[in-house]
Design a protein around this ligand. Sequence first.
Ligand SMILES: [Fe+2]
Length: 382
Amino acid sequence: MMGFTLTAPARTLFGEGCRAGAVAEISDLAPGVLLIRGRSVAWVDDLEHDLRAAGCTVETVFSAGEPDIETVRAGVRAARARDVGCVVAVGGGATIDLGKAISGLAPSDGDVMDHLGLGAARAGPMSTPLPFVAIPTTAGTGAEATRNAVIGVPDRQLKISLRDPRLVARLAIVDPELTHDAPRSVTLATGLDAITQLIESYLSCRANPVTDALCQATLPSAIAALARVMEAEDPDARACLSKASYLSGLALANAGLGVVHGLASVIGARGGAHGAICGRLLAGALVVNRAAMGAQDRGRARIDEINGLLLSTLDRGGSSQDGPRALTRFVDHHGLPTLSDFGVPEDDDMQVATAAATASSTQANPVALDVEEIRSILRQTR
Ligand SMILES: [Fe+2]
């Protein structure tokens, strides 16, 4: 039997209202807290106040957009200057990734570029990261359960991951109520990211029995919940998407992803929300991956299973002929941006496909695709 390893947060609190336990859990970890936060969720003000009231010192870093090299350096300087004992990130996937990177790099020697393998010097091994607490306010990336932090390198038009199993959160606090105020466009993009992650992990050539079980159990309800919440506000559907996001993070941390995320890492460096890019590319990738597989391929049966699920859940009017078309109609209906909105003109398809072929996520795709096949995913998406 194929062996596997499993990486997951040491402890997870999940459920509506579970954020009430955050102060006690965090102050137990360390009295000096570096708090990484976005500006959109008012509850973080309460958390900051309550941590101070509980005797913690709190140094706050505001995160805006996806982290790049300079943002990470500034956060590492802030952590070292205050000699903090733990890092807490409250926000979307980008904020959580920033916190994750700082927790690993603050106690380590060497610059972030060296640790990414892009610097002039070779970094030594990362030191044991500071305890990291992830509290997501969107339901999508599952960053609270993953072991990598995506960092932008703007002058090279590159997004690259800092990876280490020890970067996984010590504690994940997943309270679906924190996602209730997310705008529709964010809900759509992040929900599609979680669904893409579950699908790519399920199809991945590195899938294992645990990730298979997670994906099979979660995908049907995740697709249905996204369809429901896009029609009307629904707390149960929100909770279902938060669960799907967390479990998709567990799945991808242990099974890897596929060509959609490989393409998204290239396209995302030009702009556009990560989840929107994934959601836009997913239908074309299902078609191209299926065509590249043999009739007896295990992955082909799985794609047929997914396509059936997409068709039966998203095609309410009965006018789509297959799962990928039902998905495309669904994302079009809800106004998901297109490839041109992401800054990818048709002339660039070859360049994007060539870069995506060697992206790390692509290496877990269930079938090896050549550059022409990857390019055809972009063509099908237009
Ligand atoms: Fe993703």
